[in-house]
Design a protein around this ligand. Structure first.
Ligand code: HEM
Length: 206
């Protein structure tokens, strides 16, 4: 029970908080994207009688794009762990991964690879528009992992982060602070994605 509780705190709270924090950081730097998202929030809430129901949250499609782009650029868990189940030759090479080998797959590396995501430093939610999403090479976007051990909390995480973002953006405009860095330096020693610099943002009531 202790281990399960620990995992739910670590895998559940830390990851979700990281996703929302980096998302607000990007939105503070790009006011046009923030306003587009706020427009969607008000438009959808209007259609749902001002109520933040499950259906209303599900209707916020641009918000999915914004959160996905944040997960791409700043995956809270930057790599996936696996143990090789049977000997495998990497296609096109003579490299063999022996059975029993521990493998680390860099989600961060794939998601910041310009071959898969051109101009990867650019925060661009259009990468995840309905049309563009289909063009993403399978298994290059892995913020929740994949396969039988994919994140068990994925749907819950997306729902709660959409509710969080909706509550913040409908009440506040998020702005950079004078100390907000233009580029984030990730702590290379951390297991999760953590910034070396303190990231302060300002909020202005609407
Ligand atoms: C944005 C938020 C989240 C992100 C980015 C995230 C990411 C991940 C990743 C990358 C894995 C490993 C998947 C793999 O190896 O293929 C994982 C596993 C897991 N996550 Fe999440 N997670 C999030 C939220 C949550 C939440 C809210 C919960 C619980 C309520 C949760 C519970 C778990 C558990 C229990 C596992 C282990 C699953 C297993 O090994 O079978 N996660 N998560």
């Amino acid at each position: 029970m202790l281990a399960q509780s620990f995992i739910f705190f670590g895998a559940g709270f830390e990851t979700s908080a990281t996703n929302l924090s980096f998302c607000l950081y990007e939105l503070a730097l790009q006011q046009d994207i923030q306003q587009k998202l706020r427009d969607e929030i008000f438009e959808v809430l209007n259609r749902h009688n001002g109520e933040m129901t499950y259906e209303a949250i599900m209707d916020m499609k641009y918000m999915d794009q914004v959160l996905d782009e944040s997960l791409r650029k700043h995956p809270p868990i930057p790599f996936i762990n696996r143990k090789c189940g049977k000997e495998y030759t990497i296609p096109g090479t003579d490299l063999i991964i022996e059975k029993g080998t521990s493998v680390m797959i860099s989600a961060y590396g794939l998601q910041m690879d310009p071959d898969y995501f051109p101009n990867p430093e650019k925060f661009d939610p259009e990468r995840f528009s309905k049309e563009n999403k289909q063009k993403i090479v399978p298994f290059t976007f892995l913020p929740f992992g994949d396969g039988p051990r994919v994140c068990i909390g994925q749907r819950f995480a997306i729902l709660q982060n959409k509710i969080g973002l909706c509550l913040v953006l409908k009440n506040f405009r998020i702005l950079p602070h004078e100390t907000t860095p233009k580029k984030i330096r990730i702590n290379p020693r951390a297991v999760t994605t953590v910034s070396i610099d303190k990231i302060l943002l300002r909020s202005e009531a609407l």
